[in-house]
Design a protein around this ligand. Structure first.
Ligand code: SF4
Length: 311
């Protein structure tokens, strides 16, 4: 029998994790139950799923999206929604192939419909070639194109919401990055609400779990796979912010949660702005945008009218 300090706070099994706020030690099965209960409660609080919703899950095959699909697959029957997994293949040599194999294996096992969209199909080229000469901005370019690719897929499959695997670390990093860039509008503006007829709402059920908790969850459920990291990740400001925040969280537990409280407080106290009208359309590709030319066409250097291949 392990000493009392190493026993699960809910049963007599050996504890495998020590969590704070509230402080508790949990065995494997109680940690899985605890993590799932927190995500389910966040979904109920945020009214993330309504009966009849068709939820598109952004599934890269990595840790976060694997956990997201596993949990939604457990919860959705009770919530009255259905699932479809969407994988975006950006075309990153030596990286994406393995995660796509993992994504396919998971959807096959769970019996979830799976759609793969590629940058080549949507933008006419893969990320490696699109980036040539501007690898230092890889994540900015990739982020804009990925959002468009997911929006295209969501439209094609008729999903009512898009679920992404952003975790607590990702959300805290975004807050700090916006502070470091002096980007107050991005802290205040909640882009997840969607716009009828243009963008479906986005939900982030995992934003209550840290990256460490997600890794532990996958290890304990037997789904952890050591997959390669994106080769462009090291060039990103996010990579530096990630290391800094991980150190702060280790020395001062709760730092990341407090950053999200700060963001939510700023949003609540910001003066409400005039409701925006529907976006206009890009004069090149016809997609919704607030300017004359959308970010995607600007990043791809398009000058002439463009229709996606196969349109
Ligand atoms: Fe794209 Fe950057 Fe993520 Fe790689 S790390 S998949 S380049 S956003």
């Amino acid at each position: 029998m392990p000493p009392a300090a190493n026993r699960c706070s809910r049963c007599s099994e050996p504890a495998v994790v020590h969590l704070i706020e509230p402080e508790r030690r949990l065995c494997a099965s109680h940690f899985i139950e605890d993590a799932e209960a927190r995500v389910f409660a966040a979904m109920m609080r945020g009214q993330m799923v309504s009966p009849g919703d068709r939820i598109a899950v952004g599934l890269s095959g990595g840790k976060d999206s694997t956990t997201l699909l596993l949990m939604l697959h457990r919860f959705l029957p009770a919530l009255g929604g259905s699932l479809i997994a969407v994988t975006v293949d950006e075309g990153i040599a030596g990286y994406r192939e393995e995660t796509i194999t993992a994504a396919k294996a998971l959807t096959d096992e769970l019996g979830v419909e799976h759609v793969i969209v590629t940058f080549v199909d949507i933008f006419g080229d893969d990320l490696d070639r699109i980036l040539a000469g501007r690898e230092g901005r890889a994540c900015t370019v990739c982020g804009v194109l990925r959002r468009r690719a997911l929006a295209e897929a969501v439209k094609q499959i008729g999903a009512t919401k898009l679920a992404t695997g952003h975790n607590l670390d990702d959300e805290a990093q975004s807050v700090l990055m916006n502070v470091l860039r002096g980007d107050l509008p991005h802290i205040i503006h909640d882009t997840s609400t969607g716009q009828p007829g243009h963008f479906v709402p986005r939900i982030k059920p995992l934003s209550v779990l840290s990256e460490k908790e997600i890794t532990t969850y996958l290890l304990l459920r037997g789904y952890f796979r050591d997959l390669p990291e994106c080769p462009y990740a090291v060039t990103a400001l996010r990579s530096e912010v990630r290391s800094m925040l991980a150190g702060l969280e280790h020395r001062h537990p709760g730092t990341m949660g407090r950053l999200l409280q700060f963001r939510d407080g700023v949003r609540r106290s910001a003066r409400p702005t005039e409701p925006k009208g529907p976006p206009g359309t890009c004069r090149i590709c016809g997609e919704p945008t607030t300017g004359e030319v959308c970010q995607v066409c600007r990043l791809l250097g398009r000058k002439e009218k463009f229709s996606p291949p196969g349109a």
